[in-house]
Design a protein around this ligand. Structure first.
Ligand code: PEP
Ligand code: MG
Length: 934
């Protein structure tokens, strides 16, 4: 017998033992699988076997493993004869257990055929129910159950489902027949159809089937079964399943298993029912059974919304004004049995379960269980509760929380109902660059945003892109929307740093500053009109939607509510305490003002990993000083500007170091792409010319001399400090003067001075000599000393490759993965959105012409490109530590707040990650998860 290639991680079954043509039985007898065999049997198949083995009432059946799906797809999509033989034998075993027979006129066996991948892909693949019904078997079922109505009801459902799933025939044509018959009979509900009407419907459905497919409805159950198995395998590759896999990063070679299971009938009358339930509330996490059911119905009725399902618990029924209609009230004994199953399953799986059940004439059957999907809030609550209940330990509980759920807890939120109501005003979606919801009126300039704020109008700053001169406006606005720019664009970095919701790169949005309008897909609104942006999803609405700050912000940042009075805050604190207990990475923050540092510290930051000096130049008068240093020909003007700069920087550093109160502080010397700091409009140019005491024409000429085609690869970073040493000088003096002042006030402070954009060790040697010289001069001048260290950013591929040489002159390294990504991939941080989103979403496949060809799966500026940029990080760490064994190494690019990247940094042996203030909690949790996992 031929063997197919199988993945090596197929759980407990050794690779050599896997026979791809065998099937795995489940049920009271012949139970072949268990919960650990999800890769082979799919989640559903593995759990059915597991449930059967712990005595849960599961109708018997068998699972065709996922390996067969891969085999089937690779071998031209035909079921192998060997498998058919196995399936026939397995059916015979089911017949023996059930005392029934496939296709029997007296006592037919009916089965369901369902998909089931390793991880649940809800609703993405196909299912066929009531398989085995034929013109003869339906009579057998009617006679055996003494319930002709149920038999023909099942037959008509089967025909429609088979036509749709197996033959791909349009379901609506079939539904028309049912609706027409109901209308003819003058009834509204399917349940009111009589036996004769159902018989007539079955006849008409079969005729339509024959007409559309060109063949009679199959009357051999074996043929039905083989075709249904093929259809389920085929459904692994439907467009929606492929899209879902892409979004969830599920490899396409995992394949789906097929579960064939004896049918339990929820449509046998008033003592039968079917439903879906969670063992806890999946939105809030509350420990209350939460589910819906329908009497006299089959599974798809609950999901399809043909009839409105009812709550299972009396309490929820009461809350919805449906007293007396819950399962608890109408089927009290079965309900108790069901809740006992919930308890058993939760204890057994030690997690919240999502359970599918059917009641056939008061007998309860469980058709599926899986770990229930839950909201971020529910993830946290359930984790905390389960530790308290002794169900799981702290590490397991933490492992069940996705870092994104902490972000969700921190973000301002749109009222869910209001968002649904606003769906007509949903314009489109850009890049979800800064999580959270913001609503306000459109402001098209920073000045206008600040003015609106002063007038008390919340606004959203809408710009083509932003630059440092927009900073004030960004702070004044509730959120920021830009046409250009990606996850590390100025707007995104600043917005995240300050917890501002931000949507970037809404390509196609036209901002007309003259007409004061914005237009998107033909819809135009004016400055001052309402707009709402959801930075968690990237959605943009041309209307107002109400928001409120998260409870965590209110308690820990604004300190306007008592965290002990808020359950969300208590849970958050508990999760963070556990995270801090298990993580080994330190968490620092990227902050340059006492204000954002305070936010970061209240969210648990342990120091500053990156203070960007250029961010301290965001006000107009400070910008002017920098322009004077860069452009003045008059030495006096230049020196005066330098002395002002030294003065305000010292003030700013003092405030920052004081707030740090002894925690470490890495200050990165000036690294502005110069074009961002030069005057752009006439008013600004006039002001600058005046300050320089030159004519506007002279200024324009100087600006022309300075202009660069690629400023990001131009005169920035250490290059600036090397060619304009006076700039390094004032920064170093300001940093050390501030540190000296604090030390004299007995506040410990040992600044870490960081040199940016190093490509060659000589650049660092130059800057280090200069720093040490300036320091010695200052210490002599003030007759006092302070400890400091000098390190470098590793942001260029050559620096990573030559880290061993560079480390000879550095006390520490910090990876600047924003620039390292830009320079390794050769993709500009500011221009990537022209093609990167399309790369991710899929471009036209040259072979098929469909838009499914995925060039690059993630945004490399958000999630580290581990195989490329990551390799350089590894090389850099090794080089650095080969030279200096205990070299302290961190990372301060935007990836420092990204969970997957943090996992990589943990594994690569970094000492800390540094991220924007509002990402600190996510980083704490992610670091703990990495420590637990690795
Ligand atoms: C980086 O390049 O990763 C970095 C942190 O520096 P910046 O974003 O300021 O260029
Ligand atoms: Mg950089």
């Amino acid at each position: 017998m031929m063997k197919t290639q199988v993945q090596t991680d197929i759980n407990t079954v050794a690779e050599t033992e896997i026979n791809p043509f065998r099937v795995y039985h489940f049920g009271k007898i012949n139970n072949d699988g268990n919960a650990s065999m999800k890769n082979l049997l799919g989640g559903k198949g593995a759990n059915l076997a597991e449930m059967a083995s712990i005595g849960i009432p599961v109708p018997p059946g068998f699972t065709i493993p996922t390996t067969m799906c891969t085999f089937y797809n690779e071998q031209g999509r035909v079921l192998p004869t060997d498998l058919k033989t196995e399936v026939d034998q397995a059916v015979r075993l089911m017949e023996e257990q059930m005392g029934t027979e496939f296709g029997s006129e007296a006592n037919p066996l009916l089965v369901s055929v369902r998909s089931g991948a390793r991880v649940s892909m809800p609703g993405m693949m196909d299912t066929v129910l009531n398989l085995g019904l034929t013109d003869l078997a339906v009579q057998g079922l009617a006679a055996k159950t003494n319930n002709a109505r149920m038999a023909y009801d099942s037959y008509r459902r089967f025909i429609v489902m088979y036509a749709d799933v197996v033959k791909g025939l349009n379901g609506e044509d079939f539904e028309h027949i049912i609706e027409a018959n109901k209308a003819k009979a003058g009834i509204e509900q399917d349940t009111e159809l009589s036996v004769d009407q159902l018989k007539e419907i079955c006849l008409e459905l079969k005729e339509l089937y024959a007409k559309l497919s060109g063949e009679a409805f199959p009357q051999k159950p074996q043929d039905q079964l083989y075709a249904a198995i093929e259809a389920v395998f085929d459904s692994w590759n439907t467009d929606r399943a492929v899209l879902y896999r892409k979004i969830q990063n599920i490899p396409s070679d995992w394949g789906t298993a097929v579960n064939v299971q004896a049918m339990a009938f929820g449509n046998k009358g008033e003592t039968s029912a079917t439903g879906v339930a969670f063992t806890r509330n999946p939105s809030t996490g509350e420990k209350k059974y939460f589910g819906e059911y329908l009497i006299n119905a089959q599974g798809e009725d609950v999901v399809a919304g043909v009839r409105t399902p009812l709550p299972i618990s009396a309490e929820s029924a009461k809350a919805k004004d449906l007293q007396g209609q819950s399962m608890e009230e109408l089927m009290p004994e079965t309900y108790i049995e069901l809740t006992q199953v919930f308890e058993t399953l939760e204890k057994h799986y030690t997690d919240m379960q999502d359970v599918e059940f059917t009641v056939e004439e008061e007998k309860l059957y469980i058709l599926q269980t899986r770990d229930g999907k839950r909201s971020g809030f529910a993830q946290v609550k359930i984790a905390v509760d389960m530790v308290k209940e002794g169900l799981v330990d702290e590490k397991t509980a933490l492992g069940r929380i996705e870092p994104a759920s902490i972000e969700q807890m921190l973000s301002p939120i749109f009222n869910a109902d209001d968002k649904v109501k606003a769906k007509d005003k949903l314009m489109g979606a850009g890049l979800n660059a800064g999580p959270g919801a913001a609503s306000g009126i459109v402001a098209l300039s920073a000045t206008k945003a600040e003015w609106y704020k002063k007038q008390g109008f919340p606004c959203v700053l809408v710009r083509t892109d932003t630059s440092p001169s927009d900073f004030g406006g960004m702070m004044a606005a509730e959120g920021v929307l830009t046409v250009r720019g990606g996850a590390t664009s100025h707007a995104a970095v600043v917005a995240r740093q300050f917890g501002k919701p931000c949507v970037c790169g809404l390509t196609g949005l036209v901002v007309d500053e003259e007409l004061k309008t914005i237009t998107y897909k033909g819809e135009t609104i004016k400055e001052g009109d309402n707009i709402s942006i959801d930075g968690s999803t990237g959605e943009v609405f041309f209307c107002k939607i109400e928001t409120s700050p998260s409870e965590i912000s209110q308690a820990f940042i604004d300190k306007c509510i008592d965290p002990n009075q808020s359950e969300v805050c208590r849970h958050y604190q508990q999760i963070m305490a556990w995270a801090d207990k298990y993580r080994t990475l330190q968490i620092r923050t990227n902050a340059d003002t006492a204000r954002d540092l305070n936010v970061a510290l209240s969210l648990g930051a342990e120091g500053i990993g990156l203070a960007r000096v250029e961010h301290m130049f965001s006000s107009d008068d400070r910008l002017l000083l920098l322009r004077q240093v860069m452009l003045a020909k008059d030495e006096e003007i230049k020196n005066l500007a330098l002395s002002h700069i030294e003065h305000f920087l010292k003030e700013d550093f003092t405030a920052v170091f004081k707030t740090l109160d002894g925690r470490p502080a890495t200050v990165r010397l000036l690294d502005p792409p110069m074009h961002e700091f030069m005057p752009h409009n006439d008013g600004d140019k006039a002001k600058t010319a005046k300050a320089l005491k030159v004519s506007e024409d002279d200024l324009t000429a100087s600006l022309g001399d300075m202009a660069e085609h690629n400023p990001m690869l131009g005169f920035r970073g250490c290059r600036l400090g090397i060619l304009k040493p006076e700039l390094t000088r004032v920064q170093v003096r300001a940093i050390l003067e501030a540190a000296l002042e604090l030390n004299s006030a007995l506040v410990p402070c040992k600044p870490e001075i960081m040199v940016p954009i190093i490509m060659h060790e000589n650049e660092l040697i130059h800057q280090r000599m200069l720093i040490d010289k300036v320091a010695e001069e200052l210490f002599a001048e003030l007759n006092a000393r302070v400890d400091y260290s000098v390190g470098t950013m590793i942001e260029l591929p050559r620096a990573a490759l030559q880290a061993g040489e560079i480390a000879k002159h550095a006390d520490f390294f910090s990876f600047g993965t924003n620039d390292l990504t830009q320079t390794t991939l050769g993709i500009s941080r500011d221009d990537a959105n022209h093609f990167l989103p399309t790369y991710k979403n899929g471009v036209s496949d040259p072979m098929t012409g469909t838009g499914n060809f995925e060039v690059y799966p993630d945004d490399p500026f958000q999630t580290l490109d581990q195989s490329g940029v990551g390799q350089l990080v590894q090389v850099g760490v090794k080089g650095g530590r080969d030279t200096s064994e205990n070299l302290k190494i961190g990372i301060c690019g935007e990836h420092g707040g990204d969970p997957a990247s943090i996992d990589f940094f943990h594994r690569t042996g970094l000492n800390y990650v540094s991220c924007s203030p509002y990402r600190v909690p996510v980083a704490r949790l992610s670091a703990a998860l990495s420590a637990i996992r690795n």
